[in-house]
Design a protein around this ligand. Structure first.
Ligand code: SF4
Length: 185
């Protein structure tokens, strides 16, 4: 905002006006910057679910996320886990848009009455072998929503759960570490 109260104008070139040299310059900056993700910590030792996942899914796990009634806090951390800083994809974990393309479900929140049946159907739509990861305290045991009138129960009370990630919300490092035990990488 200028002192006179008018909004300063910003001229953004249209895509068609971008010069080839602009694109090349941007490409050089990206090449020079390289990978900026956090250094990879040592691979966590696999638990029972991790060993089953790593053996059954051969190092690559396609994941469908289901929000069963979350406050959205867990979603923020999942987004961070798959963002450029933590970059869960480099360990073989990848989010997909359909349960029919998925090996595992990443479920957040307590299961609300409206989401119980959609969660069951989503689970049924995932081809076997399949895994379910309950993300956050609400998914594990209803957390702060225990005995809320709209809540059916924890994720494990609706579909079989293979792995739990504790926290309200779990840190992205914990989410990535858990997914690495599934991918075995
Ligand atoms: S565990 Fe915490 S952050 Fe995650 S859905 Fe429950 S209240 Fe929200």
């Amino acid at each position: 905002m200028s002192p006179g109260g008018t909004v300063a104008s910003l001229t953004v070139p249209k895509a068609s006006e971008c010069q080839e040299s602009d694109v090349l310059g941007l490409w050089r900056v990206i090449r020079r910057a390289g990978r900026i993700a956090e250094p990879a910590p040592p691979a966590p030792s696999a638990g029972a679910a991790g060993r089953a996942g790593a053996q059954g899914l051969a190092g690559s796990v396609q994941i469908r996320h289901v929000d069963a009634g979350s406050c959205n806090g867990c979603e923020v951390e999942i987004a961070s886990a798959f963002g450029p800083v933590h970059d869960a994809e480099r360990y073989g974990a990848r989010l997909v848009a359909s349960p029919r393309h998925a090996d595992a479900l990443l479920v957040t929140g307590p299961v609300t009455r409206n989401m119980a049946e959609p969660l069951r159907r989503t689970y049924q739509a995932v081809p076997a072998p399949k895994l379910v990861v309950a993300v956050g305290d609400c998914a594990r045991n209803c957390g702060v929503f225990t005995e809320a009138y709209g809540v059916v129960g924890s994720v494990g009370e609706v579909v079989p759960v293979d792995m739990e990630i504790a926290g309200c919300p779990p840190r992205p490092e914990a989410i990535v570490a858990a997914l690495r035990t599934l991918t075995g990488r």
